[in-house]
Design a protein around this ligand. Sequence first.
Ligand SMILES: Cc1cc2nc3c(=O)[nH]c(=O)nc-3n(C[C@H](O)[C@H](O)[C@H](O)COP(=O)(O)O)c2cc1C
Length: 344
Amino acid sequence: MTRDIKQRKRDHLKLAQDDALKFSISAGFEQWRFIHNALPELDLKEIDTSTTFLGKTLKFPLLISSMSGGTQASYQFNATLAEAAENVGCALGLGSMRTALEDERTRDSFLIAREKAPTAVILANLGIAQIISAQSMSQVAVFCEALRADGLIIHLNSLQEAFQPEGEPDFRGALAVIGRWVREFPLPIIVKEVGQGLSRDVIRRLEEVGVKIVDIAGAGGSNWISIERERLSTDQSILKRTAYEFADWGEPTAEVLAGLTTEMTVIASGGLQHPLDLAKALALGAHLGGLAGPLLKPALAADVNQLVETLLVWKETLKMVMFGTGVATTGDFVGNRKLLKEMA
Ligand SMILES: Cc1cc2nc3c(=O)[nH]c(=O)nc-3n(C[C@H](O)[C@H](O)[C@H](O)COP(=O)(O)O)c2cc1C
């Protein structure tokens, strides 16, 4: 891997922790409140937060969203996330595998995840820009096999590429390429954004080419346009000033979910800040929620205990919401909009 890519990844991890670079708009979950059910007719012991995803059972419907891989620091980072995912029984998405395809020496920083999480759902990840420009499907499949990945995420990040000094903003033919990978790749394909969100129309177009699983990765949390803006130098001042205009660009996650009618499996990441947001995302119709930014600090500190505790608070909150609304299983909870009221 070139020094430039390593430096970029270090910049990303540092800047992604900066709250000043997050959206000033929210993902929109505060628009919704659960209706308390004082007669749940359930014993708390009966509440079952488990779900199935890609043929495996999760103890609760959460995905640790794709973040890192490919540098020495990300070996420990991914080991920490994987240990926590295995412990609490949630799914884990890894960061873009681009570096592992370009430089074999970086592969361990991804493969460590499977070592630390032998039974978890693990998703590999690659950008559509890299797939269009260079990647051979068989090379990606071989790496996914080594990882015993349960699926491959393809991320769409057009504006991140556009504002990145070294970006590859050529997205011509992306939809057709995704359709081909859905048909021919040996594992399930999940398509996601990285924080600007998949609109309802884009989700419909993805469905038309056969995509079965999408992750909205909407606006409200980590913001890759603002992060890339901070990496632009002063002699790129026109692009940098332009990026300020896009500081709140994107589809808020809860807004997309609320307007969605689809048979697809939907993951809601992007701006889930509070544990209640996961429950709201599920009641609005998501099969899983996803978190990246909120887990960054404990993961970088290699603090498995703190990470596990944080994730267990999200799980416990979901269990209490299910009891508080009188719903025993995630099957009856997902998409059950009658449990929510919209605030004026
Ligand atoms: C440090 C960091 C690195 C990320 N790297 C990737 C990546 O390699 N591939 C990807 O699809 N998304 C990546 N993302 C985006 C997340 O997976 C997620 O969709 C997005 O951050 C929105 O979730 P959040 O608001 O909970 O952070 C990254 C996010 C962070 C914070």
